[in-house]
Design a binder for this molecule. Structure first.
Ligand SMILES: C[S@@+](CC[C@H](N)C(=O)[O-])C[C@H]1O[C@@H](n2cnc3c(N)ncnc32)[C@H](O)[C@@H]1O
Length: 303
């Protein structure tokens, strides 16, 4: 059969496009967006549950007090009069705590429900704050202005949800003023490798090094309420090794001021951790101590 020349061209294009589409989708990050969409659904549901949970104890917070640890407060320093951007702010308890300490605060989270609750909480306790609903990777589409913040802050269970730390660091740098700094306190990449279902030992189960393919979990419960039965059980997360965390920030133009490692963590991330009088969860003494938390401060260079 003879195919006319123009049909030949069409056939070629169809074959070519069918062949290229999966690559184009992958390169455009459509798969990443899918994972984030599934995570968002879970966090929409979690926001309401957490707001009512004993773990977050919102009723006590309404009466006053600060939900940020003394460790973070000491390492961040005086925030009075400073413009502070809180990334992945959940329903704003920590954001509003920074406001109670004197900062002018803006919180960002991709969960609409969390942002709704944050605004409600801020109005109820009469503390001024701005809350913006946005995916971290869409921050350039929000009303946030470049070079605007003295401090960018994030903590406790933040970077696990992020597939791409290079982009994350670029956003942090973009929104910081020259001379402003970024501060993070989160679970340590070493602490994250251990089996969280093993009842009595430190067994390596998860990757230390970053992989593009996410870790996948199917879980009805939550760290803040184990008895809860979620409808959105699927979640995706990414390991980030210490090198990737530090280098993403350096490559984005920040100067590392310090990296600290601690043998305790803010929540019971392994079944046999013990909560001590300081409020942190520690490994029992029979173990060699390993880092479970890290903190890092990095400044946007003024030259
Ligand atoms: C473990 S919580 C952080 C908790 C917070 N440190 C606190 O104690 O209130 C993680 C938060 O990240 C948010 N999150 C996850 N992925 C996100 C993304 N891609 N963009 C923006 N927020 C995201 C979730 O909605 C959730 O509020």
């Amino acid at each position: 059969m003879i195919i006319p020349r123009e049909h030949n061209l069409l056939l070629l294009l169809i074959v070519k496009y069918n062949f290229l589409i999966p690559f184009a989708r992958y390169r455009c990050g459509i798969h990443m967006k899918e994972y984030i969409k599934i995570n968002k659904k879970r966090w929409e549901e979690l926001a309401t549950i957490h707001f009512k949970s004993e773990f977050y104890n919102v009723e006590k917070f309404k009466e006053g007090g600060i939900s940020i640890s003394d460790l973070e407060i000491n390492e961040v320093g005086d925030v009075k009069g400073k413009k502070l951007l809180h990334l992945q702010c959940h329903f704003g308890k920590d954001t509003l705590s920074w406001a109670r300490l004197g900062a002018h605060v803006t919180g960002v989270d991709f969960s609409s429900r969390a942002i709704e609750l944050a605004r409600q909480l801020s109005a109820e306790i009469g503390i001024e704050a701005t809350f913006i609903q946005s995916d971290i990777y869409d921050l350039d589409r929000t009303s946030l202005k470049q070079n605007c913040f003295d401090i960018v802050f994030t903590s406790n269970g933040a970077i696990y949800w992020l597939p791409d730390l290079k982009k994350w660091a670029q956003f942090i740098s973009h929104f910081l003023k020259l001379g402003g700094f970024f501060y993070i306190l989160d679970s340590h990449p070493t602490g994250n490798i251990f089996d969280d279902e093993c009842e009595n030992d430190l067994i390596v189960r998860y990757p230390y090094f970053h992989q593009e393919k996410p870790l996948e979990f199917d879980e009805e419960g939550s760290y803040a309420d184990e008895r809860t039965k979620l409808t959105n059980t699927k979640e995706y997360g990414w390991a980030h090794d210490m090198g990737s965390i530090v280098n993403s920030l350096i490559e984005a133009g920040l100067r590392i001021d310090f990296v600290h490692e601690y043998p305790f963590v803010a929540w019971k991330m392994l079944p046999f951790l013990e909560q001590k009088g300081d409020g942190w969860w520690h490994l029992p003494e029979r173990f060699q101590q390993v880092p479970l938390t890290f903190s890092l401060k990095a400044t946007k260079n003024s030259v």
